[in-house]
Write a protein that binds this ligand. Structure first.
Ligand code: PEP
Ligand code: MG
Length: 583
């Protein structure tokens, strides 16, 4: 392709909408690299890329040295001086260059192997001198690696307007900081439809396309990009006519949004008059004030773990109490469902080394399958002191509103029983301290693991309510990672097996006369809403920005038609046929 030629590449559509803007290679907290074998014709270009990165690293170190002189920190100056010396070492200059020529591998791979080799060679030597040398090598390599491509290390909150973020992957704590007025779109190599970054992008209305090979942006970034989040397209250097077409589409979507917006204050009921409640899913407590204005009946899912992800520490009991209390009050008697920390899986805390938090995570170690590992309630049962301070905060806040407590990733009744027994142990202690606690806090279970769905008759007898988390249920039922682009064609929210399980859970909840709500992304899908209505669901929880569309969909359907649609959906033999049937 010519440097300014329009090129269209296809990825996985993650979040609808059209983003037009300037690309920025975002290098977040996760270090990422890919091993590449380069064709002969790219070798010289790769070597110049390495030399430029080396030069920029040297300049950066010299600059830092000058600053340290001004700040009179001789130790820092000495370390930086040593790093500068090491950068002149043939090991870094000549050897790397030679290895690129010999192996045809990209610079990242060669540095990675170098670091691994050093670690292996020196790991048995406990002498602090050698340990320091390994750290120096890692530090220098990192510095060079960050200069290897046009990536910019900046915070999500600092990006300029009309930015299209290109990244290997996005972690939830970064995505949650993105402001839709500045970030026009996300484009990533990794990521799946219901990864937490995807959920947040949709909640914020930021278009997002995943599974894009970012290698093509290795040497130069294009002038401009269009991201079509509905079709999963990334258009590099769009022509004038393409730009015009997409600007017109943007206007059209805006008109549609404005139309739905008008309906948000209307009641959510089917066309034949059956009442439905639409609640909001929330990650950021600061957004609580807009929830009722958006026409929600309350908060159906507060993902409290974002308090930890945002701050990188576990918030104290008092901090949590103040947040929950404020939220409960803002909801003016409407329900607030607080899901206790659902940490682990793709919601990893980016902890500071040597912090108390780091110790917890270190004790778990690195897991081969974190989604099947020490996640959510399993983590909280392993570290009951964290659960205790959250329960104390929730119980204290319960005096200020209608708080419900929700347990994530329940796979056995013992987990519900444990949380209940902890509540009963803590309640009298709080009362002895003279603190007000609501008489009753409903405790619900997320039904997102197949074992819980299959045993939901027994769970429904003991829980106060059930909340169907389809994002996880789908990944566990279909054995298809929700964050992995390689399994995105296997991850079907509307797979017949998933629908059958949902119907089973709803029938169990009905039999036990317990409320049941759906809070996965499926609850905001206009194709799936009538099916869920037909199964008997009347409580939905969706991202606040999807409330108008969810209401609009509910109001369009009669319960009678929804039941017929749902019955037919259950009998579709494959996800492809089901999809066709629904659309
Ligand atoms: C779910 O799994 O459907 C859910 C709502 O929880 P989360 O997406 O936070 O895992
Ligand atoms: Mg879940």
């Amino acid at each position: 392709m010519g440097p300014d030629e329009e090129v269209i590449i296809r990825g996985i559509p993650i979040s609808k909408g059209i983003g037009i803007g300037y690309p920025l290679f975002f290098s977040g907290t996760e270090e990422e690299w890919t091993r590449e074998i380069l064709p002969q014709k790219e070798i010289e270009q790769e070597i110049s890329r390495f030399q430029e990165a080396l030069e920029k690293s040297r300049e950066e170190l010299e600059h830092l040295q000058q600053i340290s002189l001004v700040q009179s920190s001789p130790e820092v100056k000495a370390i930086l001086g040593a790093h500068l010396e090491m950068m002149k070492d043939p090991l870094i200059t000549h050897d790397i260059e030679q290895k690129i020529r010999e192996t045809h591998q990209n610079t990242e791979s060669i540095f990675h192997d170098l670091i691994e080799e050093f670690k292996k060679r020196f790991s048995s030597l406990k002498d602090p001198y050698f340990q320091e040398r390994i750290r120096d090598i890692i530090d220098i390599s990192r510095r060079i690696l960050t200069h290897l491509r046009p990536a910019q290390r900046m915070k999500m909150t600092e990006v300029p307007q009309n930015t299209i973020i290109l990244a290997h992957d996005l972690v939830p704590s970064e995505t949650v900081e993105a402001n839709a007025s500045f970030v026009s779109a996300f484009v990533t190599a990794a990521g799946g439809v219901t990864s937490h970054a995807a959920i947040i992008a949709r909640a914020k209305g930021i278009p997002y396309v995943a599974n894009i090979d970012l290698k093509r942006f290795k040497y130069t970034l294009p002038q401009s990009l269009i991201v079509d989040g509905a079709q999963g397209l990334v258009i590099i250097n769009p022509s004038r006519s393409t730009l015009k077409k997409y600007r017109e589409l943007q206007d059209l979507f805006q008109i549609q949004d404005d139309l739905f917006e008008k309906e948000k204050k209307l009641s959510a009921e089917t066309s034949d008059g059956h009442p439905v409640r639409i609640f909001a899913n929330l990650e950021n407590p600061k957004e609580v004030d807009s929830i009722l204005q958006n026409g929600a009946s309350g908060i159906g899912l507060f993902r409290s773990e974002y308090l930890c992800l945002a701050k990188k520490v576990f918030p104290s009991e008092e901090e949590q109490f103040q947040i929950y209390k404020k939220m409960a009050k803002a909801l003016k008697g409407n329900p607030l469902v607080i899901r206790i920390f659902d940490l682990g899986g793709d919601k990893k805390m980016d902890v500071t080394p040597d912090s108390a938090e780091a110790v917890y995570f270190a004790s778990i170690g690195s897991e081969l399958n974190p989604a099947l590992g020490c996640r959510a309630i399993r983590f909280l049962m392993r570290f009951p002191q964290i659960l205790e301070s959250q329960l104390r905060a929730i119980l204290r806040a319960s005096a200020f509103g209608q708080i419900h407590l929700l347990i994530p990733m329940v796979s056995d009744l013992s987990e519900l029983r444990f949380v209940r027994s902890e509540i009963e142990r803590i309640r009298p202690l709080l009362q002895q301290e003279g603190r007000a606690v609501a008489e009753n806090i409903p405790v619900g279970c997320m039904i997102e693991v197949p074992s819980a769905a299959l045993m939901s008759d027994l769970i429904a007898q003991e829980a106060d309510f059930l909340s169907i988390g389809t994002n996880d249920l789908v990944q566990y039922v279909l054995a298809a990672d929700r964050s992995n682009p390689n399994t995105s064609d296997l991850y079907f929210s509307s797979h017949p097996s998933v629908l059958r399980l949902i119907r089973l859970v709803v029938s169990h909840a009905y039999a036990a006369q317990k409320p049941v709500i759906v809070c996965g992304e499926i609850a905001a899908d206009p194709l799936m809403i009538p099916v869920l209505l037909g199964f008997g669901i009347s409580d939905f929880s969706v991202a606040a920005r999807h409330i108008p569309l969810a209401k609009h969909t509910v109001r369009k359907w009669s319960l009678a038609d929804s039941c017929k649609l749902a019955e037919g959906a259950l009998n579709q033999p494959s996800s492809a046929e089901l999809k066709q049937y629904l659309s």
